[in-house]
Design a protein around this ligand. Structure first.
Ligand code: UD1
Length: 365
């Protein structure tokens, strides 16, 4: 049965997940309509992912841009109404936990369109995070919950959602391993690291963008200080939100060990991580990419939605590096990769195929 499936995306991590899904849906002969909300509009956060990962151009661009949570979420909903009305797809597919995810799910259920949530069931249990509101509300609105892990399935069952949930594995494994193989086969191109980083010497890859780390001036200053004092080069790939908050708070990013540069396209990021000694981040996706690429990760948060990465010390949660003392913090952030095996808690790299099969099996007509 050929279906019409409409994907709603808008922010960088959703484009990474869209890539293997778009390929799998097309391979199965489904009609795939891509709607870009415009939540991310900088080329570095959007266009380079379409070109780099071979995703077809969006069919519809809503162009909503930035704003407070209510403004941004509401703008996506208002702009989606006529699009969903005109398209009437068999499935609306929403991804992850951004404001675009929640807006897409709510708009679709109000038009009685079946909604599937990719990356369902993740929880931080931190109600201060906008992503936590978005993922909980989206899971409860959606008809089909595509869960990446056993842990996600347990969370959904605990919330009474087991009968709508299916474990598919994680589509980020599909894309990460494919791109890793391409990078390793190519081998010749050094990663595009910030100016001043010598790729022949050890370096850490760092990113920082979450609201709870960037919006408070004291917290952001503490985190940048912690990166600056490390005895190894730190390649800080700066999200526009970090640049804008650092400027507002008068915090200089480039000092001590830190050299700041632009966010990288997906293959560039994989190459940068593969060339690195390890990763320091608050990104969910990068924690998992470090795990898949066998680099130790230090996560600047109190909790993670990907607890499987914590097994055997591949990932460490350090919410307050400033309180640890420089020696202890340095030992953690620069630790070598553990000897222990990592297992395959996120699946075998064929999750997008599983998603395509389940959408066909569970379609209403
Ligand atoms: C969003 C998601 C977050 C995800 C992240 C990935 C929500 C609530 N948050 O956070 O879960 O991890 O995307 O990147 O949906 N900005 C630009 N150019 C852009 C986009 C943003 O300059 O193309 C700046 C603006 O100053 C804007 C700020 O970043 O105000 C925040 O952008 P927004 O999309 O609201 O959230 P992110 O921080 O990117």
């Amino acid at each position: 049965m050929n279906l019409k499936i409409l994907s709603i995306v808008g922010a960088r991590p959703q484009l990474v997940k869209l890539a293997p899904i778009a390929a799998a849906l097309t391979a199965e002969g489904h009609r795939h309509v891509i709607v870009h909300t415009g939540q991310h509009y900088d080329a570095d956060l959007s266009d380079v992912f379409f070109t780099g990962l071979g995703i077809p151009d969006p069919d519809v661009h809503l162009g909503v841009g930035s704003g407070s949570h209510g403004v941004q979420t509401g703008a996506v909903m208002a702009a989606l109404d006529p699009v969903l009305e005109a398209e009437r797809p068999d499935w609306v597919l929403v991804y992850g936990d951004t404001n675009s995810t929640l807006a897409g799910a709510v708009s679709a259920v109000k038009q009685h369109l079946p909604v599937a949530h990719l990356e369902a069931g993740l929880r931080s249990f931190n109600r201060r995070m906008p992503e936590e509101h978005n993922r909980v509300l989206t899971d409860h609105a959606a008809d089909l919950l595509l869960a990446p892990t056993d842990e996600a399935m347990r969370h959904l069952a605990a919330e009474g959602l087991a009968d709508r949930a299916v474990r598919t594995g994680d589509v980020m494994v599909d894309v990460c391993l494919r791109v890793r193989d391409g990078v390793l086969a190519d081998g010749s191109t050094p990663p595009a690291l910030p100016e001043g980083i010598d790729p022949a010497e050890p370096y850490l890859v760092a990113t920082l963008h979450r609201a709870e780390n960037t919006d408070d001036a004291d917290r952001l200053a503490m985190l940048v200080d912690a990166l600056a004092c490390l005895p190894v080069q730190v390649a800080l790939l700066a999200h526009p939100r970090l640049l804008s908050r650092a400027e507002t708070h008068g915090i200089k990013l480039e000092r001590g060990a830190v050299r700041a540069g632009r966010p990288l396209p997906y293959a560039g990021m994989v190459a940068a991580v593969l060339g690195s000694q390890g990763v320091v981040t608050d990104s969910g996706g990068l924690q998992k990419e470090a795990f898949l690429l066998a680099r130790p990760c230090t996560t600047l948060r109190t909790e993670t939605e990907w607890p499987e990465t914590l097994e055997n010390g591949w990932n460490e949660l350090i919410a307050d590096p400033g309180a640890l003392g420089e020696a202890r913090w340095t030992a953690i952030a620069t630790r070598p990769a553990p000897d222990a095996a990592r297992g395959t808690p996120y699946g075998d790299g064929r999750a997008a195929e599983a998603v395509a099969a389940i959408l066909a099996e569970r379609a209403r007509r």
